[in-house]
Write a protein that binds this ligand. Structure first.
Ligand SMILES: Nc1nc2c(ncn2[C@@H]2O[C@H](COP(=O)(O)OP(=O)(O)OP(=O)(O)O)[C@@H](O)[C@H]2O)c(=O)[nH]1
Ligand SMILES: [Mg+2]
Length: 455
């Protein structure tokens, strides 16, 4: 436990005026007792009892009246002694309360909490693993009901349990392989080798399922960014407006209307999508337009998906498409969309990577939405989705790659069992990284700095 600091304190509810506001303290039992005795009328409180009391300024004056609860270590959110001061939700009251607490406890090491510090303590004291700690913030930030449910499942430990299970299976298997290595005099028979191969296969397929769920969870949590790019006047801004159901961007028949990036967030079938409309791509001497085009191209590099818009009259769409694909991150889906199809007498049928729409009439828009979801692999129907982060997906992919190498190695003749064991170890470590069994201060810093203060 973090004994060096006496404790931390912060406002845990949203800053502003509200019916109730909570100031939370976490720290040593001594400091908790000191604060309760100087700042409340409770005397010696029973843990987890809600006391209605005056909250005092240390000189006997009353700051406010409210409910104070004391959670004794280790039965608290952080695993330390925690006090919740539930007063009226007024920043002046809360700041006064904190100022008084700091005056009383400052010499015992009480200080203001940093972002996510309560949750970091909970992690360091073993109340949560790292994946669960991350899901606390995901739960607070979730912007749809499915995202809330997914974050809740992660916090409950659904994701962590699966990771722990796979980690354990990998350790067991590696122990087996190492046992064979330790007794080289005993011939390795097919049966054992065949069994190892089988078990690698089993773990691999469980991991595949976990990756699918985690991928959905990560999409739910993070959403995607879609860039609308193409020549001037093809209807990029019109499509942005159509998908947004309102006039977000200016539309005119003057080529080069859009110059800056115009963004709007929408939801498609439960997926958060940030649409970015861009300046039409063309050679230009206009410095403002040229700056806009540079922004458009750098948006192509950032986007998770690109809609390459063309119009029936567009001449060189192949060259443009090549440039776009060259700039996009590898693996980014690029969908070509021919707009203004209402101008044609006959509508081509299109295929997986080429759709025909009319931003004006709305033709093909539903199909476009379906294609968007399919291209990024989003299926709202996957069961038991939990939130996951890119960091988790990366670790799972590492584990997957190691398992695939192990599966290849075991098929070779003669079989290098020591290398199989090593790949199994690497795969197992990937799960340890997700759960935070060994994590650098650096990683922890990065994770918790994105939290809000008071959580
Ligand atoms: N007939 C028809 N006209 C369209 C359609 N979509 C857009 N337009 C027209 O095409 C012109 C250009 O539309 P914009 O949405 O401004 O095109 P843009 O690609 O954003 O153009 P820039 O911002 O200049 O790059 C406008 O006059 C629109 O009304 C469509 O589906 N059918
Ligand atoms: Mg435009």
């Amino acid at each position: 436990m973090d004994r060096k600091s006496g404790g931390i304190i912060a406002v845990s509810t949203a800053i502003g005026r509200s019916g109730i506001g909570v100031v939370r303290f976490s720290g040593t039992a001594d400091l908790a007792k000191l604060l309760v005795s100087r700042m409340t009328d409770i005397g010696t409180p029973r843990p987890r009892y809600a006391y209605f009391t005056a909250v005092r300024d240390g000189q006997g004056g009353v700051i406010d009246r409210g409910v104070v609860i004391w959670f004794r270590a280790p039965h608290s959110y952080t695993g330390e002694d925690v006090i919740e001061f539930q007063t009226h939700g007024n920043p002046v009251i809360q700041n006064t309360l904190i100022k008084v607490a700091l005056e009383i406890g400052g010499s015992s090491g009480l200080r203001l909490a940093g972002p996510g510090e309560f949750t970091k303590k909970a992690f360091l004291n073993g109340r949560l693993d790292l994946a669960q700690a991350e899901s606390v913030m995901d739960l607070i930030n979730a912007s749809s009901e499915s995202a809330v449910r997914a974050a809740e499942r992660s916090l409950e430990g659904t994701f962590s349990d699966s990771c722990q299970n796979l980690e354990k299976l990998l350790i067991d298997l590696r122990t087996n392989v190492e046992a064979i290595l330790d007794f080289p005099e005993e011939e390795i028979d097919f049966i054992r080798e065949g069994r190892i191969r089988e078990r690698i296969g089993e773990i691999r397929s469980a991991l595949g399922k976990l990756l699918l769920q985690a991928g959905q969870g990560s999409l739910l949590r993070e959403g995607i960014v879609i860039a609308l790019v193409g020549s001037p006047n093809v209807g990029k801004s019109s499509l942005l407006n159509r998908l947004s159901d309102r006039e977000v961007a200016i539309v005119t028949d003057v080529p080069g209307t859009t110059r800056d990036l115009v963004e709007n967030s929408i939801e498609i079938g439960g997926l958060q999508v940030r649409l970015v409309d861009t300046a039409g791509l063309r050679a230009t001497d206009d410095i403002v337009e040229a700056a806009g085009i540079r922004r458009a191209l750098s948006e192509v590099e950032r986007a998770d998906m690109i809609l390459h818009l063309v119009a029936p009259e567009t001449l060189d769409s192949a060259g443009e498409l090549k440039e776009i694909k060259g700039r996009a991150r590898p693996g980014t889906p690029v969908l070509t969309v021919t707009n203004k199809i209402d101008l044609l007498s006959e509508v081509p049928s299109g295929n997986e990577s080429h759709l025909y729409i009319s931003a004006r009439t709305g033709y093909g828009i539903d199909r476009l939405k379906e294609r968007i979801l399919a291209s990024v692999g989003f299926r709202n129907s996957v069961q038991g989705v939990f939130t996951a982060r890119r960091r988790h997906i990366e670790s799972l992919r590492h584990a997957e790659a190691s398992l695939d190498r192990a599966a290849d190695l075991i098929r070779e003749e003669p079989c290098a069992l020591d290398m199989v064991a090593e790949e199994l170890r690497i795969a197992g470590d990937s799960f340890g990284e997700i759960l935070g069994e060994f994590s650098s201060e650096d990683l922890l810093g990065r994770i918790f700095s994105t939290f809000c203060i008071g959580k």
